[in-house]
Write a protein that binds this ligand. Structure first.
Ligand code: F6R
Ligand code: ZN
Length: 199
């Protein structure tokens, strides 16, 4: 890893950074159990293991003081009536935040705390979102044709906890009904609370 200042270009229409160290591609098969409509998920996967989103990372040491950054591109599409989205995660070091700047497309950031507070913020070009420390986050492309492109920056020591969301889901889902974007309760999240309550 070079230890000297590094600048790069972010330019439309695709906003792939002019330099990057790592390109991650996340496909439908990596999202088992995450979409509410399991039947639609299985049916879609039987057809093609489509790419849901891509991340271009500029690598830096994963230590406090460094800032990790890159581009996230969520492609348009739906599984059933639920929009394509990232896996979503808490940071392993909970007290670390993240800044997202939307460069292209339309979307939403779904967020929640370990205590169950939740928030959904719109994303569109020029909009900058500060994801507070402690808040899990997932980006969702609510558009129909365009990619949702965001530039993200977060502390080098943050780490990623995917397991909590994989098992619990987010409290809210972003779906399209009657041609409108809607934020609905995640039935799977309610079941978890119910089963915990009766245990
Ligand atoms: C890093 C971060 C983003 C996401 C990216 C993909 O902390 O929040 O870079 O990693 O948007 O989403 P995930 O990591 O949830 O698959
Ligand atoms: Zn993050």
């Amino acid at each position: 890893m070079r230890n000297e200042p590094r600048a790069f270009m972010l330019e439309g229409p695709d906003y792939v950074p002019s330099v990057y160290d790592h390109h991650l591609t996340r496909r439908l098969s990596a999202m088992a159990g995450q979409y509410a409509d399991q039947a639609a998920y299985e049916q879609m996967l039987a057809g093609e293991d489509v790419t849901l989103y891509e991340v271009y990372e500029l690598q830096r040491p994963q230590v406090a003081g460094e800032l990790l950054h890159g581009i996230s591109i969520v492609h348009p599409g739906k599984v059933g009536d639920e929009f394509f989205m990232t896996k979503g995660h808490f940071h392993t070091v909970l007290e670390t935040g993240e800044i997202y700047t939307c460069l292209k497309g339309r979307g939403a950031m779904v967020m929640e705390t370990p205590e169950g507070d939740w928030a959904v913020e719109e994303l569109y070009p020029g909009r900058v979102l500060y994801v507070l420390p402690r808040w899990a986050h997932r980006s969702v492309n609510t558009g129909h044709e365009e990619d949702l492109v965001t530039f993200f920056v977060y502390p080098g020591n943050a780490g990623h906890d995917y397991g909590t969301i994989e098992t619990q889901g987010f409290r809210k889902l972003v779906v399209e009904r009657q041609e409108q974007m809607q934020i609905i309760d995640n039935p799977r999240w309610r079941e978890r609370v119910a089963s915990t309550g009766s245990a």
